[in-house]
Design a protein around this ligand. Sequence first.
Ligand SMILES: CC(C)(COP(=O)(O)OP(=O)(O)OC[C@H]1O[C@@H](n2cnc3c(N)ncnc32)[C@H](O)[C@@H]1OP(=O)(O)O)[C@@H](O)C(=O)NCCC(=O)NCCS
Length: 177
Amino acid sequence: MDRSVEVVIREPTAEDADGLGAAHVAAWQIGYRGLMPSGYLSRLDAGARAERWRRTIVEGGSDATTLVAMVDDRIAGFTSYGPPRDDVDDGWGELWALNIHPDFWRRGIGTALFSAATNGLVGLGYSHAYLWVLRGNDRAIAFYRRQGWQPDGEVKIDDQRDFTPPLVELRCSTALV
Ligand SMILES: CC(C)(COP(=O)(O)OP(=O)(O)OC[C@H]1O[C@@H](n2cnc3c(N)ncnc32)[C@H](O)[C@@H]1OP(=O)(O)O)[C@@H](O)C(=O)NCCC(=O)NCCS
């Protein structure tokens, strides 16, 4: 069965903030179930997240480029990519985020956004790229392996959130060119 849908990928405008907030929170609440504390996930607020997206889009305060995937005028997901936020070799860019609304999983939208992001990283001049994925996020790890990105042995503890036990992140990387 062909489950693919027609996707338009473009940069977001401020009008997309609500859709971004909804997709972002739903992707986390379903995608990180069992990986992050349930109380933390249930308190995530799509409206508050939308407000943060609105500010980022209007004020342009991020180093990352964000692209949204539109399906029938609805935001199905987004990706952000750009310069590395870690101490890595010259020539390495980072895929900062990739989140698809669960309503749209397994329709090829992650692949379309991922491909746009890697093309964007090449366009920015990077020869290699990496991302961090939560240990145990088998769905995403399977997705990245399918794209040819492999866990490369680097590991870090997520120090942004004070969870017990702390979140462990695995690095996946690839040569881009
Ligand atoms: C991981 C994620 C981005 C995948 O997006 P998606 O749009 O569903 O992915 P695609 O439909 O393009 O899948 C492409 C391929 O990846 C693999 N894949 C995707 N989801 C998978 C799953 N649940 N189990 C196994 N393989 C999977 C498959 O090989 C799939 O091809 P197929 O459907 O023809 O078998 C999405 O599930 C998501 O947003 N998850 C929550 C947030 C998250 O974990 N983001 C990553 C943070 S590092």
